[in-house]
Design a protein around this ligand. Structure first.
Ligand code: NZQ
Ligand code: ZN
Length: 380
């Protein structure tokens, strides 16, 4: 096991009706005015928007609205949010929604505390030195953003989908009520299952030092996702299935599975982000196309890990059958597994785009444009 430091400052409040605490939490933290960030329509349809407004009013907390965050959040809307946060001198950002809403809220929280343009931080040209506190009520379990220091934004002009990473953007408090995810549509349940699985296996498949405790944690998360996805697709309001799915999602990318692991990186996300940047496809759908192809391409590079995953998750004695088993699982829950299925042909354009992230992540020596094309060809 490698040496490690682990520091996760986010407080999680998990369970039924927990969203009712938001006003009190903000008030107790001395917050007087928030930028209230939300998505297109889901929280208005479910009544959560009105509920939060009432709770803010009851606790004397002023709010400035910043709605309309799109799935795969974009830079222009983030910049508008930063301007509102600055003009209105808010003390905190309150995000109510899925990963996109929370990610945009995090970027706004950084932008509100600097005179520099926010995109510089995504290009890794500047280090993040501070941010407004972020509070959130999560309505879709997938990304793990509710308990990590990452945010992903798309620059819609340059077609770059890049991330920031900082201790300052871990949410201060994240409220997780599984009941709020009952309305997540079936296709997003599938994309989310893929995303959570991806967060679990990226390090697991690429690690050089792979402690058993971490292997077992990852396998537990993936088994839980496989089981609960099947239940949720049949019974969207099964509380226990939604609850285990939601907590598995948080654990998959809150840093815990990475502790003590040596080596390891995020190749599937690197490629998926470029497909998302160019075609605005849901993040999990980009991953379900990439993962079976990448697994096939990488299979002989970390045999012990693939062997145990094949056995533990799919009860396969022959690890070479793993890429196909993953593909069939993703397909069975309703996620796309090839580029042709979503009408994408231009592999060259994706490969060019991937090289932007490959350079930023120092992976361009292994993942040359030719290698990326090879992987994408397996995803045709
Ligand atoms: O906009 P609204 O109307 O709210 O609708 C959303 C959106 O259309 C809807 N939705 C959310 N909660 C719902 C609901 N519909 C019904 N009932 C509910 N309770 O679902 C759609 C998708 O939402 P979105 O937030 O885009 O999904 P997700 O949580 O998967 O977030 C995806 C974004 O997160 C990034 C992805 O790249 C993508 O941009 N990621 C962030 C990470 C992080 N910060 O750590 C890591 C991930 O790897 C990922 O890259
Ligand atoms: Zn992801």
């Amino acid at each position: 096991m490698e040496n490690f430091e682990f520091h996760n400052p986010t407080k999680i409040i998990f369970g039924k009706k927990t969203e009712e605490k938001i006003g009190e939490i903000l008030k107790n933290d001395g917050i007087k005015k928030v930028l209230f960030v939300y998505g297109k329509e889901s929280i208005k349809k479910t009544g959560l928007f009105d509920k939060v407004i009432n709770l803010l009013n009851q606790n004397g907390i002023e709010y400035i609205l910043h709605g309309g965050v799109k799935s795969n959040p974009v830079l222009s809307h983030t910049r508008e949010g930063i301007q509102k946060a600055k003009e209105n001198n808010v003390d905190a950002v309150l995000a109510v929604g899925g990963g996109s809403v929370i990610d945009e809220a995090k970027a706004i929280a950084v932008g509100a505390k600097t005179d520099k343009d926010i995109w510089i931080y995504f290009e890794r040209g500047e280090e993040i030195k501070s941010a407004l506190p972020v509070y959130d009520i999560l309505t879709l379990a997938a990304t793990g953003t509710e308990m990590n220091g990452y945010a992903v934004i798309t620059n819609e002009e340059t077609k770059e989908k890049l991330s920031i990473s900082s201790i300052y953007i871990y949410p201060k408090v994240s409220i997780l009520n599984p009941e709020l995810t009952y309305t997540v549509p079936k296709e997003y349940v599938a994309y989310s299952a893929v995303d959570i699985t991806a967060h679990s296996v990226e390090w697991y498949f690429t690690c050089k030092v792979c402690p058993n405790i971490q292997n077992r944690l990852v396998e537990s998360i993936v088994k839980t996702i496989k089981e609960t996805t099947d239940i949720i697709l049949k019974e969207p309001t099964n509380y226990n299935a939604r609850a285990e799915f939601m907590w598995a999602s948080t654990l998959a990318l809150n840093g815990i599975t990475r502790t003590g692991v040596g080596g390891g990186y995020f190749p599937n996300h690197m490629i998926a982000h470029s497909i998302g940047a160019l075609y605005d496809l849901p993040h999990g759908a980009c991953l379900s196309i990439v993962i079976p192809a990448w697994t096939k391409w990488y299979l002989e590079n970390n045999k012990p890990q693939f062997k145990r995953f094949a056995k533990e998750i799919f009860n396969l004695d022959d690890y070479t059958k793993l890429p196909q088993a993953i593909k069939e699982w993703f397909s069975s829950i309703g996620a796309p597994v090839s580029l042709s299925e979503v009408g994408i042909k231009d592999i060259d354009a994706i490969a060019d785009n991937v090289m932007i992230t490959a350079k930023l992540w120092n992976l361009d020596k292994i993942y040359t444009k030719e290698v990326i094309k090879e992987i994408l060809n397996l995803a045709r």
